[in-house]
Ligand binder design. Structure first.
Ligand code: SF4
Length: 65
């Protein structure tokens, strides 16, 4: 929660996280290990929990192309 995780990247707190951009989302994050077709997937930052591919948090790291 301290990382500002939201299930919908469009709902991220841009005042608190000015570097947030709408093209940043879990499915494009290096720490997301779910498959593209999954409804939700694991994130290595939140062990034992699933995050939404459309979600976002302030630890977002661009997935290498
Ligand atoms: Fe999503 Fe944050 Fe996990 Fe990246 S680190 S997959 S943005 S919850």
């Amino acid at each position: 929660a301290a990382l500002g995780y939201v299930a919908d990247t469009n709902k991220a707190d841009t005042k608190k996280f000015p570097k947030h951009a709408k093209d940043q989302k879990c499915s494009a994050c290096q720490l997301y290990t779910g498959k593209a077709a999954d409804v939700s997937g694991p994130c290595s930052l939140f062990p034992g929990k699933h995050v939404m591919p459309s979600g976002w948090c302030s630890a977002w790291v661009k997935k290498p192309a």
